[in-house]
Design a protein around this ligand. Sequence first.
Ligand SMILES: Cc1ncc(COP(=O)(O)O)c(C=O)c1O
Length: 399
Amino acid sequence: MPAPIFNRRVSAIEESITLAVTAKASEMKSKGIDVVSMSAGEPDFDTPDHIKYAAIKAITEGFTKYTPVGGTMELRKAVAEKFARENGLTYAANQTLVSIGGKHSCYLAVAALVDDGDEVLIPAPYWVSYPDMVLLAGGKPVIMETSTATGLKITPDQLRKAITPKTKMIIINSPSNPSGAVYTKDELIALGDVLKGTGVFVLSDEIYEHLIYEGEHHSIAAVVPELHEQTIVANGVAKAYAMTGWRIGYAAGPKSVIGAMAKIQSQQTSNAVSISQKATLAALTGPQDHLVPWKEEYRTRRNYIVERLNAIPGVLCPKPAGAFYVFPDVSSFYGKSFGGRVIEDSVALTDYLLEEFHVACVPGSGFGAPRHIRLSYATSMAAITKAMDRIEKGLTALS
Ligand SMILES: Cc1ncc(COP(=O)(O)O)c(C=O)c1O
């Protein structure tokens, strides 16, 4: 049988590089190799107990059937209340949608709005999935380059120049995966001033909002009220509640857009898991104090890792304000070699670190920033210390 010819949109996309690196590291581990993984964007903390109990209760009480496609009304109300309480954003419950992870929420927003040939502005470095989501919808990702001079953030001038009659959407992700950059209120207002009145939709992915170590989180539609009707806010419980496996994300936005997203979901996946919805209700409405020690721990790890990286000659690692990643510029090592092995780029460097020194990091090329690599510090201090020793050894061995 000849090789299948795949849908052209599927052929245009790549497997998520983060998941690919994580899989390669797991495969090495399964062979008994002591690999330290700095690749996964997954909190090493456990889901808080009160959330787990809510799920157990849901099971024992038989809350195990289909729910309405967009989520239970009690959860959608809780989502609307969360946006009002934490973000200063007003939505009715029917302007919210519960989906199967923050990734799904983002994908649905793109799928609902982006048509063949539409341009979507994506500031680089970007989360690996955004360009591929746009390609799957038939749109054209327009990558906006940034530099360390602006903290890896786009400027209003740059945005003004990037908007064309074909621009349908911009994706803003603050705090950012992979850079950890956080847009200030003033920066969001300045970007909003360019966007308001343009009809360009904003997809604001705020999944790391609770993981900020300097400054504070602002939602663009809250600080630029004129954008409320052209913004879809996507969020989820994976990062703030260590609920990656429960697969719940949510979004809010104009009723018509949320309706279109729900329509796709109704034909694609139906509702998110009923039990996870109960757990999410407990997460959003219950105590939030787990975040205090988690954030302190992340901050300690971040400070340590940044100090260790900057102590290696040739590494430039700004201190990220949020999320749980560091994103050092390692381009000074490109062109160097070790035992005949030449390090041409970020992929070659992360392969080298994994194969020779057994530490898994993600190449920056997957995030549209090939001078960099991404290291996640959502792992124990013991693992981080070990990883840093190995990275230091690996990078200093290059000449
Ligand atoms: C920027 C960003 N958005 C969304 C997500 C999606 O998270 P999930 O689908 O696990 O809720 C992630 C996960 O890594 C992320 O980094």
